[in-house]
Design a protein around this ligand. Structure first.
Ligand SMILES: C[S@@+](CC[C@H](N)C(=O)[O-])C[C@H]1O[C@@H](n2cnc3c(N)ncnc32)[C@H](O)[C@@H]1O
Length: 313
């Protein structure tokens, strides 16, 4: 709660203003993100689902060539519907593993702990509720087995490109040489297709962004008027950056409980989230810079999305 206040206050007092996208995911945010994944414009989920539904046997074989007894840790597991294909394939191949979904949303972890044993007979599930690295550290204390880390849905795209190799280097501090990492990267494509994915006609992504203002109202006793902010995504094909903003529709003052006031000018934006798009070469360069070896690339049939399997060397 204090951390939430500190982060929100610092972001809204900054110039330009920003909010951290990890705070999108309260119970309402989780549900709206699931709606986003069903939007016709949001191609990312369908592409990655195709990879997992068609190639999970191949993926499982490739993983089992490296180790047979291991932990599967998933960073930001969400509803794990794509992951289930891989977990089923691993179970079919009689792999000896425990699945550790990690998520900042307590609601998600409670649901996965409850639902997954009913979907995959005999699976061992141990959900970890918290931030990626803190939970990997907890897992390291619980088990010394090799790790297969999953980081799907292009969540890596929420980290600016210049910080991405640094993120993967920091991840290594929680792993052992030989461990595997499977990351989803959304690839560059027709800019209109990308922009539409973050600006769906039904306005679900708009609702997802505004929900964070609602969360701030509810949690910090603030008085954002949601009708006075508009969702504005922007994509640059040159940099591959797709950024989302909430734009103030007028000069206005927002009070954050008793902490104080935030002034907005008409047209002023709050930077909400980046969703970076990559070339395949960029992903290989990131692996190299972070000290991973590329084991194999798995693509969907349109080559819009890449799940890259890397090994810590
Ligand atoms: C965009 S969703 C992706 C879900 C899933 N991986 C998929 O591919 O559908 C991101 C998930 O990561 C979680 N998350 C975001 N930031 C996080 C953080 N810093 N630590 C742990 N979980 C986080 C959110 O709660 C959410 O469930």
């Amino acid at each position: 709660m204090d951390q939430f206040f500190d982060d929100i206050w610092r972001g809204l007092k900054a110039s330009p203003k920003y909010l951290q996208s990890k705070y999108f995911y309260d119970e309402a945010g989780d549900a709206i993100f699931m709606e986003i994944m069903e939007c016709p414009e949001y191609y990312l989920t369908n592409c990655e689902r195709e990879i997992f539904s068609n190639q999970s046997n191949e993926l499982a074989n490739t993983i089992l060539n490296h180790f047979h007894e291991f932990d599967v840790a998933e960073l930001g597991a969400g509803d794990a519907t794509k992951t289930v294909y891989l977990l089923e394939a691993l179970a079919k191949h009689k792999a000896d593993f425990t699945y550790y979904p990690i998520d900042i949303s307590a609601n998600i972890i409670t649901r996965l702990n409850k639902q997954l044993p009913g979907i995959i007979t005999g699976i061992r599930v141990h959900g970890l509720n918290g931030e990626y690295f803190a939970m990997l550290e907890e897992l390291k204390r619980m088990s010394a087995k090799n790790k297969l880390v999953l980081f799907l849905g292009s969540s890596i795209g929420n980290i600016p490109l210049a910080e991405t190799a640094g993120f993967f280097s920091a991840l290594k501090a929680h792993l052992m040489p030989g461990d595997l990492l499977l990351t989803g990267f959304d690839l560059k494509k027709d800019p209109k297709i990308i922009l539409d994915a973050y600006n769906d006609k039904a306005g679900v992504t708009r609702r997802f962004n505004l929900n964070l203002l609602k969360r701030i109202n509810n949690t910090l006793d603030a008085d954002f008027d949601l009708s006075q902010f508009e969702h504005c995504p922007a994509y640059s094909d040159e940099t591959g950056e797709c950024k989302s903003y909430l734009q103030s529709l007028k000069n206005q003052i927002v009070r954050i409980g008793t902490a104080g006031r935030i002034d907005f000018k008409e047209g002023e934006q709050i930077y909400m989230e980046i969703s970076q798009k990559y070339s395949v070469q960029q992903t290989d360069e990131i692996a190299e810079a972070a000290g991973f070896t590329v084991v194999r690339h798995f693509y969907d049939s349109k080559k819009w999305f890449l799940d890259a399997l890397w090994q810590y060397r």
